[in-house]
Ligand binder design. Structure first.
Ligand SMILES: [Zn+2]
Length: 435
């Protein structure tokens, strides 16, 4: 059943399109001026971004029948480009066309305001928040020692680790060519790995030296990642090695999970992290589950500077545990991404950083005398651009109150770095000279 587009919507569309085809670079005029013999001719075509019927191009994208006939869902094109976007509907998806329309209308707007200086928007300065948080401290040394187990026997080693009494201390390690690598001071007799290594033949490697070589840098990051798996596991977050992402699992199969966290505006909030969506019409549960997920990746962006990027994702399961087969995932995730505009995306980034830091200014991966410190305020950049007068909803980066406890934890994490390593490096040099 085809409904007509209200005249008002058509007028708005033509005005915003500046009489030009919106297809990038086309510029065909859509109303031909009158000639001596004829009245002006409309040669433009009004295309639906989401078709007016469910069977039409992009018609299954969720949008109410009424909104389908309004100007935000319409794009003005020449005949040729109208036909191209409807035939190549996978290339010209809803997102692509919305962007095309927005770009074109912004271009028309700019052109018009350039012609009348009084209408020029003011230049505003705004902070743009990235999805990166700073890593302010990292272990300066990686230690390696001969190990009685081989590369494939890391599980055996795990059974023999003497887990530190401080339950926040993490023990990441890996074995390569029968040497165990760790951030812990392996030369100390009571180190967690003492039962499986030779404490008398420990070699230190400076972190900066490792970062300058791709293979060694990977090894260094492996230790950081393994520490992060252990840290997140304690917060009830699991790691999916196939997609290399972290996700929430329910406490019990088939139950939703809600967690408390500190939001950007309020003290504490809670949100569902595992849930089964329901059909809007009937309230009946759908046959899949959503799980909040994120990629957490360490990046080095300058000689001595590292950051952690937080990229929100979603995991889909059949029954809250078993992953959904890939062929069923594609469209659901694509739809979600289309809906995940900036606000929602940033809100999820903020949720992750708040959850990981448990509402504190930073979280610490503790390796005994060394540690990695991740400051959770999002890194921001300042940009100057033409402001949109009605769009003043600035995102406020939560400033965390530094209390005595958090400050003491940072001091503790940083303590000992200068003294102990110098002492040890001296001993290590002596040892190498003997060999
Ligand atoms: Zn065109």
């Amino acid at each position: 059943m085809r409904k007509d587009i209200p005249e008002k919507e058509i007028k708005i569309l033509f005005a915003k399109s500046g009489n030009l085809c919106a297809f990038p670079g086309c510029g065909t005029r859509l109303i031909e001026s009158e000639t001596l013999e004829d009245a002006p001719a409309v040669v433009g075509e009004i295309a639906h971004i989401v078709a007016d019927s469910r069977q039409g191009p992009r018609g299954n994208f969720p949008l109410s029948n009424e909104d389908r006939q309004k100007h935000p869902n319409l794009i003005l094109l020449c005949r040729r480009h109208h036909s191209i976007i409807d035939k190549q509907k996978r290339t010209y998806s809803v997102q692509v066309l919305r962007q095309m329309k927005a770009d074109h209308e912004a271009l028309v707007e700019r052109k018009l305001s350039a012609d009348s200086p009084a209408l020029k928007p003011p230049i505003v300065s705004e902070d743009i928040h990235s999805t990166l948080v700073s890593v302010t401290d990292l272990p300066r040394v990686v230690f390696s020692a001969p190990c009685s187990f081989s590369d494939s026997e890391e599980a055996e080693v795990k059974n023999r680790i003497k887990y530190p009494e401080d339950r926040f201390e993490l023990t990441p390690f890996f074995i390569r060519e029968n040497r165990l690598f760790a951030f812990h001071a392996l030369w100390q007799e009571d180190n967690p790995f003492a039962r499986v290594i030779d404490c008398n033949h420990v070699k230190p490697i400076q972190a900066t030296e490792m970062w300058s070589d791709p293979e060694n840098k990977r090894r260094y990051v492996t230790l950081l990642n393994r520490a992060l798996y252990k840290y997140t596991a304690r917060l009830g977050i699991r790691f999916d090695p196939e997609h290399r992402r972290y996700y929430f699992e329910p406490e019990e199969k088939g139950t939703e999970r809600e967690v408390k966290y500190r939001s950007m505006n309020k003290k504490t909030e809670s949100r569902l992290v595992v849930w089964q969506p329901k059909k809007k019409s009937t309230g009946e549960p759908k046959n899949f589950w959503w799980h909040l997920a994120a990629k957490l990746v360490f990046h080095q962006f300058a000689d001595q500077q590292w950051c952690l990027s937080i990229r929100p994702e979603r995991r889909l399961t059949k029954d809250s545990l078993e992953p959904l087969p890939p062929e069923k995932i594609g469209r659901k995730v694509t739809r979600l991404k289309a809906k995940m505009y900036n606000d929602l995306y940033i809100a999820e980034v903020v949720f992750w950083r708040d959850y990981l830091s448990r509402g504190e200014p930073r979280f610490i991966l503790n390796f005994g005398a060394q540690s990695a410190v991740i400051k959770v305020e999002l890194i921001k950049v300042q940009v100057e651009w033409a402001g949109i007068p009605s769009d003043n909803k600035p995102f406020r980066n939560q400033v965390y109150a530094e209390d005595l406890f958090t400050f003491a934890a940072l001091q503790q994490a940083r303590a000992g770095e200068e003294i102990e390593w110098e002492e040890f490096e001296y001993e290590a040099e002596g040892e190498e000279a003997e060999e």
